[in-house]
Design a protein around this ligand. Sequence first.
Ligand code: NAP
Ligand code: GDD
Length: 372
Amino acid sequence: MPKKAFITGITGQDGAYLTHLLLSKGYEVHGLMRRTSQFNVARLMELCGGTAFEDKLFLHYGDSTDSLNITTLVEDIRPDEIFNLAAQSHVKVSFEMPVYTCDVDALGTLRILEAVRQAHLTDKTHVYQASTSELFGKVHEIPQSESTPFHPRSPYGVAKLFAYWMTVNYRESYGMFASNGILFNHESPFRGETFVTRKITMAAARILNGLQERLELGNMDAKRDWGHARDFVEAMWLILQHDEPGDFIIATGEQHSVREFVTLAFEYAGVSIRWEGEGVNEVGIARVPVYSPNRENASVSRFKPETGFGNTPMEERVVVSVNPEFFRPAEVETLLGNPAKSRQLLGWEAKTSFPQLVQEMMDYDLRKIPIL
Ligand code: NAP
Ligand code: GDD
């Protein structure tokens, strides 16, 4: 019998990569999908499309805020493994929608754990909780390990703290195999468009094609431990295969600033950014194609990795500036993970380097240019 997995958040970045991984391992995959006016399966189609998986992937309408729906699905599916990835996952949005964020991210996790208990599956079902480096927030030590004290800095972080401890509590109270993966930032071409890395690569692709004048960002000094989502979902799976449940840091152990990410994205096309000014007056200046939002002109002047800019008219101008609209009420300035425990116990290591990650995202967004 193939193992059965139930993934909440299957339509998101990690959900799509994890589905691909589990299908390739022969799992029967069930996913929780929100009912919206659009069929939100673009990532799943792109990563897992094709007929090969047709009888192995089942999508169920539902919502993490709906207890009855979650309980019924868990009872019906009786999964061997649950990956609870569903979340309002945007930190800035969580300041604007704190109550909803807590309902989904905090109580949503409790609903999953309690559904397993109500369905008498505590001895059978392994539960993975998508915990986060945002738990460390205003960091108490560098790098952060499993024993670093938590200090969340946003409604998102606080909601995830509740979910973290509920997972530990169900493990300790009911002997459930319930584990936290404390994942540091992980990105990919399938990253949501308002997270900073994807915002940067999409904007750089447009600017390099004369389709966007400039990129506006918030705090460019923020530092993150950025890995690739493809590598990180392997760790999620390994966490549930381990002999014992537990809590694991998943990180690359390397840190870069937002500014470094921008610099590398433009360097992909051989374009150097000159940084001038400080704070809200800081700008990035570069020699790039003349801004010409007209699509016909843009298609003539397209940058291609093989041919460069060709005869495209170029100009030197500000391509990056700061807009305080993107600042957060409380910022997480620096995150750096120590993945020693997962390396030792799970044999997991990040495979994709920071330059490879930026390059893969740029490749993808440059290919997408005609339909942007
Ligand atoms: P994502 O792309 O934002 O995906 C979030 C998923 O949750 C989507 O499938 C979304 O559905 C679903 N969702 C949101 N609200 C829901 C609700 N009320 N009911 C049911 N489903 C709902 O996030 P991700 O980057 O894949 O991250 C996956 C998980 O890992 C999240 O819990 C996130 O907080 C956590 N995490 C992420 C990172 C990271 O760097 N990516 C790091 C640490 C932890 P729609 O498609 O309908 O919106
Ligand atoms: N989104 C965004 N937009 N962030 C910006 C911008 C901007 O224009 N300018 C600067 N930043 C900074 C943010 O202030 C933050 O310090 C950093 O870039 C990263 O922001 P995000 O990409 O939005 O990610 P995040 O670190 O806040 O949260 C992500 O990672 C967490 C793990 O540490 C999300 O995926 C969370 O769900 C996840 O838990």
